[in-house]
Ligand binder design. Structure first.
Ligand code: 8OZ
Length: 368
């Protein structure tokens, strides 16, 4: 029986253990450019089997928050190159999370101050963060406009271009498609945010179309073995809601099973919150079974509130990878701490979003 600390193959990626650093938004990239400090931050955590970067915008239109990084400009790519080199020098593997926020944005962050885009013109009941006089400030998201069907091929193309840039220019080992947490692809998937009447709305196969088109385009460009995807069937994050998530997500993973992905990454329950929501039940074992029965060979990655005991149990139950979020903010050497049952540093909420080195690169490592 493998343990959390044994190597595992995820598509083309041979990972040295099953501990993954989950994507964590940290808002420390002014002008969407990863600064040198970010290279230090990720390199400190390079003993993870896999690092997944913070969500990274594939286009200006895909931006939704102050000081989050992008992957569409030369300086952004140069900044990421510094990150991937530092991680590789430290012996780690790193993929970038490809992000289009859709309606979770604000006019002030959009090209020419325009409306954010969405499947339908329905404002998300959620907030984003803008800088007001340099101070990160929560503000309600703006009213979006519904995308024309004619605009969707361009968005698919943008995902493809970002994946190519990620691998060829920025030096990433692969990409993770952000299909979770109420952002664009999840907005299309779910009935609460998608009221379209064209080929991209209505029945499940239509609502899943954009996510699958984007995934196929990326797989075509960089190979399935370097492509992962993150899904959150029942999270309420960013006003996400679907009436029938079980058949929706079983359909999605059955289609993904044909694409030879490196991994499928599932957020169980409410992102960063409750794993069980009585009002939103979901059968995760059935989801995995649907993927495997359809021929899916990718690594199965689980996330949300795991500690060592839960992670070991999940590996015993057949999960291939466990993604840790908040523990990775405060414990750059999380793998060693888990291995030796050392106590964990506690993350400081005040420095999660924005700022500099404090609460970012200054968490203590165990002395060897
Ligand atoms: C926290 C703050 C802002 C964005 C996600 C990208 O939930 C995020 C995010 C998280 O996936």
């Amino acid at each position: 029986m493998p343990t959390l600390f044994d190597p595992v193959q995820a598509g083309d990626l041979l990972l040295r253990n099953r501990v993954v650093m989950a994507p964590l938004t940290r808002n420390r990239a002014p002008d969407a450019i990863p600064p040198p400090l970010m290279a230090e931050y990720y390199a400190q955590r390079a003993t993870a089997g896999l690092l997944i970067t913070e969500a990274t915008a594939i286009s200006h239109q895909g931006q939704g928050y102050a000081d989050v990084p992008g992957l569409y400009g030369t300086e952004q790519l140069d900044g990421w190159k510094r990150v991937t080199e530092a991680v590789h020098d430290a012996g780690g593997k790193i993929v970038v999370q490809l992000w289009h926020v859709g309606r979770v944005s604000h006019n002030e962050l959009q090209p020419n101050g325009g409306k954010p885009v969405a499947p339908s013109a329905i404002t998300a009941k959620t907030k984003t963060v803008l800088l007001r006089d340099g101070v990160p400030t929560f503000v309600p998201t703006s009213e979006p406009r519904a995308l024309d069907a004619e605009e969707l091929p361009e968005i698919v193309h943008t995902y493809r271009a970002a994946a190519l840039n990620a691998v060829q220019t920025a030096g990433f080992d692969g990409v993770e498609i952000h299909g979770a947490n109420g952002y664009l692809l999840d907005q299309f998937l779910k009935s609460g945010s998608n009221h379209r009447t064209d080929d991209y709305g209505g029945p499940i196969r239509n609502r899943a179309r954009l996510l699958l088109e984007a995934t196929r385009a990326i797989v075509d460009a960089i190979g399935g073995g370097r492509t992962g995807i993150r899904l959150s069937p029942v999270t309420p994050a960013n006003d996400a809601f679907d009436e029938h998530p079980q058949p929706l997500f079983e359909y999605v993973v059955k289609q993904l099973a044909k694409l030879g992905l490196a991994y499928v990454h599932i957020i169980e329950g409410a992102t960063g919150g409750a794993r069980e929501m009585p009002e939103r039940p979901f059968d995760y074992a059935a989801l995995k079974q649907a993927y495997r029965a359809a021929g899916g060979k990718g690594a199965w990655m689980v996330n949300n509130g795991y500690d060592k005991a839960m992670a070991e149990q999940a590996v015993t139950d057949g999960a291939d990878l466990i993604a840790f979020g908040k523990p990775y903010i405060a414990n750059p050497d999380l793998v060693q701490r888990l291995r030796t049952d050392a106590p964990l540093n506690r993350p400081d909420q005040k420095t999660f979003y924005g700022g500099g080195a404090e609460g970012y690169t200054d968490y203590e490592e165990l002395s060897n």
